[in-house]
Write a protein that binds this ligand. Sequence first.
Ligand SMILES: [Zn+2]
Length: 243
Amino acid sequence: MLLEEMTMPQFSAGLERTRTVLIPFGATEEHGPHLPLSTDTLQAFEVGRRLAERRPLFVAPAVPYGVCRSTADHPGTVGLGTGTLRALALDLVASLYRQGLRTFILLTGHAGQTHTQTLVDAGEELLTRFADLRIAVLTEYMLAAEAGRDIIETPDDAHAGEIETSRILHSRPELVRGSAEREYPSFPTGILVRNKRRFWPGGVWGDPTKASAEKGARLETAVVDALERLVEELEGQNVEPRT
Ligand SMILES: [Zn+2]
């Protein structure tokens, strides 16, 4: 049940079937010279959409912006501050809660550390705010790397590499412009750098040359499977009172 396509009566009827909603979080961020800026948003929304075909589940409109630090200087990256993302997550969940939803999956296609931690922080705050709420915060990438262990050849493939290129070759091939060279950036340990692009010129982390649409299809299904298991577990969780 895609929220953006539903009417008011359809929404009310949907609440009779489930109280679970998935909110896809993405980013508008460089993904090398070959993938669209919306890569993370597309991936998170697509697995939510596919899971909603399998089971009763609301899918909220995707949030197309996130916190992007290491790619902030690369052309095309448009990001949020952590305070904005945190407030956005809190407001969206609070509003959906008010509408009757009780189980929340914050699935992020963008796996930046600061971004993900901001969503976790919002999730922890929501746990204390609403006593009967269940919530999961996870990255789409975490599921893909785990589920794709036997599919992916590239070690430490993290950004616009084998995994993401395969995924977009499968789901939105018309948006892929060729390929890109393999790249592994090396940022200095512990030192914060001003000119981040100097340490990561191509904006790729991994090996896009190993990508294929066929791998992308297998990966996507594996991610949907893993997400389905997670939603089952979350929905089965007792809401225990705090001690
Ligand atoms: Zn990405």
